[in-house]
Design a protein around this ligand. Structure first.
Ligand code: BG6
Length: 500
């Protein structure tokens, strides 16, 4: 199918020289350019405090794209066409005059290209800078108040606040300048192909949804495990911890997609209405329950892929006695008609044995042990695994008779792998999300009430944990599957974590 380019838009990246811009945003825009999605008059203007000129910025981004873009190697001719869209503007986010100058520059560039003046602002900046920048954008007259003419939209990176109160304040401040339909809160997990496939798998097929409930499902495990540590982000981790960094957003988003009811339409508000309902249905926990149903961990020294790695407390900018968590496990109950009695076990960890994100749905075993007399006393349950990354795919295990005269049932696997069926590399999450934001489609972005509902769940954990500091950190070795207490959390329920 031929690609129809988007409307021309000026994409302004605040924090244009940062890590996210280099690794994700500019490479994603380059891919969109290669695939013909960007209109000829589309511009990309990077705004940052340090940097020199368009030329130096282009050279810096060329190296970044060569390293991080999905499509390799870099094609010189295509790069030349792309870089003619790329501009740099040096300024201080807190100085209104600089934003006014930026506006003049953008207007000149737009006039030269006969562009209509649509603007997409991307805030890839520290959380504390978001409110002042949004206010200054409003004051500088950057944001069109009415519909009908050129449009302006805002993309905000996570972390979106650090607890319920700060998220509410941030939402309130943003809403003074941008309306909800102009506000795109990004969670890049929603842009992953395999995440998008969760609803397609459930609702685009006839055979799974009838089983998708507490009558057939025993429990669900959602795992976001990373083998990397905090990767030079010690300062951020000391502030955030993994509960804020990964559970509040990525993991709860996966929970919503697995647990939600079918929306009335595949349209932004209908999808997000159902996601919010899941968050609202999660049973609130008392501090005592939180201490029972959660586990915190912090990695000590260990080895990953056979190489020794330092413990969290020895990472740069981390306090030598830090109590910050780099692992969290949490048992939640979604108390609604569909999921009553089905526990969802969530976990995320840095420096785990391997990198894997997956959702595993364990089904109930048959009501009677039919093959007991033949000596088969225990049968492994059926498990359906939605592998988000890497080795993207879907796997279903079931019992099969081992050929031979002795009755034996072994678990075997049916598997679907993206790479086998669709070949090549999957589009990056940021490609899809940037494109959707340019089109004004917010289905894969978090709505205001959704972000707040997620914080409403996570904030009591933050508070209970703060009031009850851990006494055992570090409590897992780098390169393992996390603390013993997490094993015990499952064992209490007669279950085990999967070792993907
Ligand atoms: C980010 C977190 O949101 O997601 C990082 O801040 C984490 O700590 C990253 O490493 C994981 O993303 P992905 O796409 O590599 O799974």
């Amino acid at each position: 199918m031929a690609v129809v380019p988007t409307e021309p838009v000026s994409i302004v990246i605040f924090g244009g020289s940062g890590d996210l811009s280099k690794r994700k945003l500019v490479p994603a825009l380059y891919e969109l350019h290669l695939e013909g999605h960007l209109a000829p008059a589309t511009l990309i203007v990077a705004y940052a405090r340090t940097g020199e000129s368009d030329e130096t910025y282009r050279a810096e981004m060329k190296a970044a794209v060569a390293e991080f873009a999905r499509i390799k190697p870099l094609d010189e001719e295509k790069w030349a066409a792309f870089e003619s869209r790329l501009f740099f503007f040096r300024g201080d986010l807190t100085v209104p005059k600089h934003l006014a100058d930026l506006k003049t520059r953008i207007e000149t560039l737009e006039k030269e290209r006969n562009a209509p003046g649509n603007r997409l602002f991307y805030l890839a900046i520290p959380p504390s800078a978001i409110s002042p920048v949004v206010k200054n954008l409003g004051d500088a007259g950057f944001v069109y108040p009415v519909d009908g003419g050129p449009w302006s939209r805002l993309i905000v990176e996570k972390p979106f606040g650090r607890d319920l109160k700060s998220a509410q304040t941030l939402n309130e401040e943003i809403s003074q300048v941008f309306r909800e339909r102009q506000t795109f809160r990004i969670d890049h997990y929603l842009g992953k192909e395999t995440t998008q496939n969760i609803l397609v798998f459930r609702l685009g097929n006839g055979i799974f949804e009838p089983l998708w409930n507490g009558r057939y499902v025993d429990h669900v495990q959602i795992t976001v495990a990373e083998s990397i540590g905090v990767e030079g982000r010690g300062r951020f981790y000391e502030e955030a911890g993994i509960l804020r960094d990964i559970i509040q957003n990525h993991v709860l988003q996966l929970l919503c997609l697995v647990a939600m009811e079918p929306p009335v339409a595949f349209e932004p508000n209908a999808v997000r209405d159902e996601k919010v309902k899941v968050l609202k249905a999660v049973r609130p926990q008392t501090p005592a329950e939180i201490l029972m149903d959660t586990v915190r961990g912090q990695y000590g020294p260990g080895a990953v892929d056979g190489k020794p790695v330092p413990g969290y407390r020895s990472e740069m900018n981390v306090h030598p006695m830090s109590l910050r968590e780099t692992y969290a496990a949490w048992k939640v109950h979604v108390e609604n008609w569909r999921w009553a009695g089905v526990p969802f076990y969530l976990r995320a960890g840095k420096r785990m044995a391997k990198r894997v994100t997956e959702i595993a749905i364990t089904f109930k075993t048959p009501p009677i042990a039919m093959f007991r007399r033949a000596g088969v006393t225990q049968q492994a349950p059926n498990v359906l695994v939605l592998r988000i990354q890497p080795d993207e795919g879907i796997f279903l295990t079931f019992g099969a008779k081992v050929p031979g005269a002795v009755s034996k049932i072994d678990p075997v696997t049916m598997d679907f792998r993206y790479s086998q069926y669709f070949g090549g590399s999957q589009p990056e999450a940021y490609e899809r999300l940037l494109l959707d934001a340019i089109h004004g489609n917010s289905t894969l972005f978090a709505r205001r009430d959704e972000v707040e509902a997620a914080w409403e769940l996570v904030t009591p954990l933050l508070e209970t944990w703060r009031e009850n500091p851990p006494s055992d950190h570090p409590n897992y070795e780098a390169g393992t599957w996390g603390p013993e207490a997490a094993v015990a959390l499952m064992a209490r329920d007669g279950r085990r974590w999967r070792r993907p």
